[in-house]
Design a protein around this ligand. Structure first.
Ligand SMILES: [Zn+2]
Length: 475
């Protein structure tokens, strides 16, 4: 078993028992217990991957060439992190991606969002914001000669979630800070590190003068964090392949199964009035609280008997109360309250089923409290209407990527199910492209102090470069 010699020495384990040492495949035989995934607690193994093999001479050349791009990848990641690419602001990050693709000698092509086409597609998620100026960026690396292998999409998303409350951050969240082998900042983990790894893999292969024997499509998409409609737009534009890898930072694992996610708002109308007067007023805020409890009961029902592979989780389905907007004056009884929720669903569960359960729970809870609602509460939808997705562990893509990983790192990746959603369902279900997630080791996605372990970015790029050789063939 051989692993790359180009890795940084592994620093001592830090934090709460999930150390970077665990990512490095060659470290797995040590006494350090490895994490099976990044995003601690959000993934469980679903199957045994194939055993490790041996690296060929060309493998070492590829791994070394990619490792030589480490500073380029780190600098690219830092430039990406320093762009605020929250919803509606993605374009500044896409400009950096276009520059990097051009620097590699590839031609970036814009795939603009088309609101009409998206709204007409059954797999689109609903949205009520402007998308006219948003563009996905795609570059196709075509064979120089000798077509023959399988084609591949390497995909990442440029959008990030809000870093608020910024007061919780030690530094500006849109400043990249490197310390102890980690790069910190909003999007460092989710998932600009993956984009840097994808581009680093391509850079290393091209530095060796290699060309794939089947097209490799490199994609930087918008709106992964709220709809998946960016990835869907690439499908609508005709981008397809024999397989896709999304470089989400699940670390030391191949994610083969993911839940679906539904976003919904519950709109409650009260009866506003002066706080000093008792009697006829109804507080929309206080009337919203029992609805949260009613929806928690739905969550509990969904968690009561999870199907495999989610039966390995104690609590695979999470309801999140993500935002509440109500009231504007301390002496006025609030007349409207809008609560924004996210709930997950198992693969195979139609979105319509979860919508029906949510609507019934809200209606029943309102009916049980006459007088608490000026009008029946309304459930509205915008954002994720995303079903779950899974690729069988014995699928050629999973076996092949596992084998590449094991050959390079000397230990097999875990095959995991995640309790989050990704664009894999869009490429996989809507695009018909078998898709898995594989990316760097990171912590704190969507949280404060989000960070990625930089050696894992290099390793991810190396495995991706070697996978291009295995899957597509190179000449
Ligand atoms: Zn992500």
């Amino acid at each position: 078993m051989v692993r790359s010699t180009a890795l940084d020495p592994v620093p001592p384990q830090i934090g709460h028992g999930i150390g970077p040492a665990a990512y490095a495949g060659g470290q797995l035989a040590s006494a350090v217990a490895p994490p099976e995934h990044a995003y601690a607690g959000l993934s469980v193994p679903v199957a045994e991957p194939p055993p490790a093999g041996e690296m060929a001479a060309q493998d070492h050349e590829i791994a070394d060439a990619i490792a030589q791009g480490r500073d380029w990848m780190t600098e690219l990641l830092a430039r990406l992190v320093e762009k605020d690419t929250t919803l509606g602001r993605e374009e500044t990050g896409q400009a950096v991606v276009r520059e990097a693709l051009s620097e590699l000698g590839l031609e970036p092509v814009d795939v603009p969002m088309d609101a009409v086409a998206l709204r007409a597609h059954p797999a689109a998620s609903p949205f009520d914001w402007e998308v006219a100026d948003k563009r996905n960026v795609v570059a196709t690396w075509s064979p120089a000669s000798g077509f023959g292998g399988l084609s591949l999409i390497l995909n990442g998303h440029i959008d990030v979630v809000s870093p608020e409350p910024r007061s919780h951050w030690v530094r500006d969240p849109f400043t990249a800070h490197v310390e102890g082998g980690w790069l910190y900042g909003r999007g460092a983990a989710d998932m600009k590190c993956g984009l840097a790894a994808i581009l680093g893999a391509v850079k290393g292969l091209r530095a060796l003068g290699l060309s794939p024997r089947a097209p490799v499509s490199i994609q930087s998409v918008v709106e992964e964090e709220c709809t998946g409609n960016g990835a869907l737009q690439t499908v609508l534009a005709g981008y397809a392949a024999d397989a896709a890898i999304i470089a989400e930072p699940f670390g030391a694992a191949i994610t083969t199964s993911q839940v679906g996610v539904l976003w919904f708002d519950v709109v409650v109308q009260g009866l506003p009035g002066h706080a000093a007067e008792s009697g006829s007023m109804v507080s929309a805020i206080e009337s919203s609280l029992p609805l949260i409890q009613a929806l928690r009961a739905v969550e509990a029902e969904l968690n009561a008997s999870p199907p495999p592979p989610y039966d390995q989780y104690e609590h695979p389905i999470s309801l999140n109360v993500g935002q509440i907007h109500a009231g504007d004056w301390n002496s006025t009884v609030p007349g409207e309250c809008v609560t924004g929720y996210r709930i997950a669903m198992y693969p195979g569960t139609p979105v319509a089923d979860i919508r029906a359960r949510v609507e019934r729970a809200v209606a029943d809870a309102a009916a049980a409290q006459p007088g608490a609602f000026a009008t029946p509460p309304e459930v509205r939808y915008r954002g994720f209407a995303a079903e779950g997705y899974q690729v069988p562990p014995d699928h050629l893509l999973v076996q092949s990527l596992s084998s590449t990983y094991a050959r390079h790192l000397g230990a097999s990746p875990a095959l995991v199910a995640t309790t989050g959603t990704t664009d894999a369902r869009v490429l996989g279900a809507a695009g018909g492209i078998p898709t898995v997630c594989f990316g760097p080791y990171a912590e704190g996605a969507h949280g404060v102090g989000e960070r990625v372990y930089l050696p894992s970015v290099i390793q991810t790029a190396q495995v991706m470069g070697l996978f291009i050789k295995d899957w597509c063939g190179v000449t």
